[in-house]
Ligand binder design. Structure first.
Ligand code: CP
Length: 328
């Protein structure tokens, strides 16, 4: 895969070598992300950070990653504060904004919109989530986290058992992560959701074609030999009505008691966040906050490393990072 100058729109662009390359560059970013060193490798460069849908982690970690490499960030948040609200096309917006920036990160509520935007852009565009479709940088940071967490238990991604739970229809993070995992070997997937919120057949077919085992169930039953449990939020913003979303909220809770009943003592707990902490939802209870297997904040931290790596690779400076560094 050629990184330099390329858009990052889908996990389909990656092969295993490309994934490993991103992860090794992410490892190199650790001292900079943890403020032990400083680099100015992107001094003078500008990130256009365009978030037309709510975000905390992805938006701020893209910005933080760019700042940590020495670059500056110009941000647009919310459709209503951009000319898209006046009927401007994504193509025109891209043509204009890409002359103000060296690279663009973008989130938009419509599936396919980031790719449409990229057609008009003269600089690389990184997909920060397009509707229910994809969230490639989240998938990369999830996989990076899984590799790191499993390595503590002497396990690897190949041969693991992952259990994904909740809204698997509208949850773009589980779509992108599953597609990425097609490139690995002999993984067992347990998808837990109501049939109406099931993982799309196209993704299940791709996993089965890749030789993985897929079980689809409507509820947890007995003990699961899972290495990873990946909880998701009911994506209320994608439902036709809030009443419809409310039917599913609270059906797939995970708390200490449920964890002990259904999982191994070292099953790693993941969630892309935000977790819906309202009492009627609470898919991942605070009573697990002190559980050492809870990886959700390590996951979010890893987002900065992965996004630093992607910026360095797409702008072609990954080999220059240490040349422009100083100790803190
Ligand atoms: N995981 C994730 O995409 O979080 P945000 O919606 O806060 O960006």
């Amino acid at each position: 895969m050629k990184f330099i100058g390329s858009h990052v729109l889908s996990v389909d662009q990656f092969d295993r070598d490309a994934i490993e390359h991103v992860f090794r560059i992410a490892d190199i970013m650790e001292p900079y992300a943890h403020r032990r060193k400083r680099t100015r490798v992107l001094d003078g460069a500008i990130l256009g950070n365009l978030f037309f849908e709510p975000s905390t982690r992805t938006r701020v970690s893209f910005g933080t990653a760019f700042n940590l490499l020495g670059g500056e960030v110009r941000e647009t948040t919310g459709m209503e504060s951009s000319a898209l609200a006046k009927g401007e096309s994504l193509y025109d917006t891209a043509r204009v904004l890409s002359s103000y920036s060296d690279i663009i990160a973008m989130r938009h509520p419509k599936a396919g919109s980031v790719a449409e935007f990229a057609e008009g852009s003269r600089v690389p565009v990184i997909n920060g989530g397009d509707g229910a479709n994809e969230h490639p940088t989240q998938a990369l940071l999830d996989l990076y986290t899984i590799e790191k967490e499993l390595s503590h238990h002497g396990r690897s991604v190949d041969g693991m058992h992952i259990c994904m739970i909740g809204d698997l229809k509208y949850g773009r993070t589980v779509h992108s992560l599953s597609k990425l995992l097609c490139m690995f070997n002999q993984i067992r997937f347990t998808f837990v959701s109501p049939p109406e919120l099931a993982m799309p057949d196209s993704i299940v077919d791709a996993l089965e074609r890749a030789g993985h085992r897929v079980d689809r169930v409507e509820a947890l039953n007995g003990s699961l030999d899972a290495d990873i449990v990946y909880q998701t939020r009911i994506q209320q913003e994608r439902f036709a009505s809030q009443e419809e979303a409310a039917q599913y909220r609270g059906r797939f809770r995970l708390n200490s008691e449920i964890y002990t009943r259904h999982y191994k003592p070292n099953t790693v707990i993941m969630h892309p966040l935000p977790r819906d902490s309202r009492a009627e939802a609470n898919e991942l209870d605070n009573d697990l906050n002190q559980n050492p297997n809870l990886a959700i904040f390590r996951q979010a931290d890893n987002g900065v490393l992965i996004r630093m790596a992607l910026f360095a690779l797409t702008l072609g400076v990954e080999h220059l990072v240490s040349r422009y560094d100083t100790d803190v």
